[in-house]
Design a protein around this ligand. Structure first.
Ligand code: AMP
Ligand code: GLY
Length: 425
C-alpha cells in the first residue's frame, strides 16, 4: 500500500514512523511533512489545508489510504472531498469534525446527549455575554466558538479578565469569524487527562491513557501552549474511571453522532477533567493529541495500518489493540520565545547522540534541513520520546537524551511526567 500522512508536526512524524513499520506498506508520503518525517516518508510541498491539491495528488499517485493529522483540514471537509472522489481517507467528515470546530456545537451536543460537562451559556452579542458574566461572577471560562489556533480559551479568575476576553473576541474580533459566537462556561477544577478512542461510527476502542502538560513552565506555570510534553499510561485513569469515561462520555458521543446522522469515523479525543470520582468533558477533538500521540504510538504493539483500514471500512469490531506495558514520556523542546513570537533557523546539535540512547525516538515538529544540517523552524521543535519499564524510568531515559540536544535559546520543562507521582500539577 501507499499511505499519505497529512500534516507537519510531531504527531504526524509519529504517525508516519509507525505506519512505515507496517508490513502492508510499500511507501509513505507526507504533505507537507518536516525534516524528521523525511527520514521515513517522501515529503511533498502541499499545505495540509489545500484540500483540492491534496486530493489531486492522492488520485495521481494512487494513494491507497490518506491519514489526516490536524483538525483544520477535517473541519474544512477534506474527508468529504476525498470520499466524493472515491479516495480512501481516515478521519471524520465535516459534519463530525464540527465537534471540534465549534465549541457551541460541542456544548449543545453534550447537553443533548447527557454527556457530563460544566454548565454553560452561548452568546452572539457581547453586551449579553458581559451581563451574564457580571451575574455569575468569576471564576469562569470564556471560549471563542471556532478554531483559534489553541488561543481561543481564557480561564478567568477575575471578572475583569472575563469582560476583557469577551471584548477581545467579539468587539476586537481577535480570532475573526471564529469569535462570532462565544461559550461562557463553568470553571472546572481537577486533573486534566486526554482520552482517545478509535471508532468506525459503531464500535469504540479506547487507546492507552495519556496526559499532556499544556503550560509552558514547570509546575504548570505560564501561558498555555500546544503541549509541552506527555506521558502514558496515566495512573489516574483507574479501571472504574476508565469504565465511567467509556460509558458516560465516549460511547454516548459516538452513538449521539450516529443518531444525528453524522456517522463519526476516526479518532475521537475527549479532553476531560477528573475530580475525585467525577469525570466531566471539557471538549472533544476530531484528531489525535499532539504530543500525546508521540507517547502513545511508541507503546503501541499492534500494526496501526489494519486498525486505520478497519475504521474506514466499518470493520472495527473485529479488532483489538495491543500495548506495551512499559511507560513512555515525550518532552517537547521549544524555540526561544515560544508560545509567543519565536526564533527560527537555529542550528540543532546532538541529535544523533541523543537518538542513539536506548529506548529513545526523536519526533520532529518544527525543523528544516539546510545543507544536511537540521535547524529549528517552528515553536515546538522536537518531541524527545523515551520508553522505560515504569514512568520513573521513562522520565530518566528521556531526560538523558534531552540533555544531549542543544540550540541557542532552546527551552523545555524538566517536570514532564512527575505529576503522576505527586498528583499536584
Ligand atoms: P480547550 O481549547 O477547550 O482545550 O481549552 C484549553 C485549556 O483550557 C484546557 O486544556 C484546560 O486546561 C482549560 N480549560 C478549558 N475549559 C475549562 C473549564 N471549563 N474549566 C477549567 N479549565 C478549562
Ligand atoms: N495536546 C493537546 C492537543 O493536541 O489538543
Amino acid at each position: 500500500m501507499q499511505i499519505l500522512v497529512i500534516g507537519s508536526g510531531g504527531r504526524e512524524h509519529a504517525l508516519a514512523w509507525k505506519i512505515a513499520q507496517s508490513p502492508r506498506v510499500a511507501k509513505v508520503w507526507a504533505a507537507p511533512g518536516n525534516a524528521g518525517i523525511a527520514d521515513v516518508a517522501e515529503c511533498v510541498p502541499i499545505s495540509a489545508s489545500d484540500i483540492r491539491l491534496l486530493a489531486d495528488f492522492a488520485e495521481r499517485t494512487r494513494i491507497d489510504l490518506t491519514v489526516v493529522g490536524p483538525e483544520l483540514p477535517l473541519t474544512l471537509g477534506i474527508v468529504d472531498e476525498f470520499e466524493r472522489r472515491g479516495l480512501r481517507i481516515f478521519g471524520p467528515r465535516k459534519d463530525g469534525a464540527v465537534v471540534e470546530g465549534s465549541k457551541v456545537f460541542a456544548k449543545n451536543f453534550m447537553k443533548k446527549h447527557h454527556i457530563p460537562t460544566g454548565f454553560f451559556q452561548t452568546f452572539d452579542r457581547a453586551e449579553e455575554a458581559k451581563r451574564y458574566i457580571r451575574e455569575i461572577g468569576a471564576p469562569l471560562v470564556v471560549k471563542a466558538d471556532g478554531l483559534a489556533a489553541g488561543k481561543g480559551v481564557t480561564v478567568c479568575f477575575e471578572l475583569s479578565e472575563a469582560l476583557e476576553a469577551v471584548e477581545k473576541i467579539m468587539d476586537e474580533r481577535l480570532f475573526g469569524d471564529a469569535g462570532e459566537r462565544i461559550v461562557i462556561e463553568e470553571y472546572l477544577e481537577g486533573e486534566e487527562v486526554s482520552f482517545h478512542a478509535l471508532t468506525d461510527g459503531v464500535t469504540v476502542i479506547p487507546l492507552a491513557s495519556s496526559r499532556d502538560h499544556k503550560r509552558v513552565f514547570n509546575e504548570d506555570q505560564g501561558p498555555n501552549t500546544g503541549g509541552m510534553g506527555a506521558y502514558s499510561p496515566a495512573p489516574i485513569i483507574t479501571e472504574p474511571i476508565h469504565r465511567q469515561i467509556m460509558e458516560q462520555i465516549m460511547i454516548p458521543a459516538v452513538t449521539g453522532m450516529a443518531a444525528e446522522g453524522r456517522t463519526y469515523k476516526g479518532i475521537l479525543y475527549a479532553g476531560l477533567m477528573i475530580s475525585g470520582h467525577a469525570v466531566k468533558a471539557l471538549e472533544f477533538n476530531a484528531r489525535l493529541g499532539d504530543p500525546e500521540t508521540q507517547s502513545l504510538l511508541v507503546r503501541m504493539e499492534s500494526d496501526l495500518v489494519p486498525l486505520l483500514e478497519a475504521v474506514v471500512d466499518g470493520r472495527l469490531r473485529d479488532h483489538m489493540i495491543d500495548w506495551n506495558p512499559d511507560a513512555s514520556v515525550c518532552v517537547v523542546m521549544a524555540s526561544k520565545g515560544y508560545p509567543g513570537p519565536y526564533d527560527h533557523g537555529a542550528l540543532i546539535t546532538g541529535l544523533e547522540e541523543a537518538a542513539a540512547e536506548p529506548g529513545i525516538m526523536i519526533f520532529h515538529a518544527g525543523t528544516s534541513r539546510v545543507n544536511d544540517r537540521i535547524h529549528t523552524g517552528g515553536g515546538r521543535v522536537l518531541g524527545v520520546t523515551g520508553v522505560g519499564r515504569d514512568l520513573q524510568d521513562a522520565i530518566a531515559v528521556t531526560y538523558r537524551a534531552v540533555k544531549k540536544i542543544h540550540w541557542e535559546g532552546a527551552h523545555y520543562r524538566t517536570d514532564i511526567g512527575t505529576r503522576a507521582f505527586t498528583g499536584t500539577i
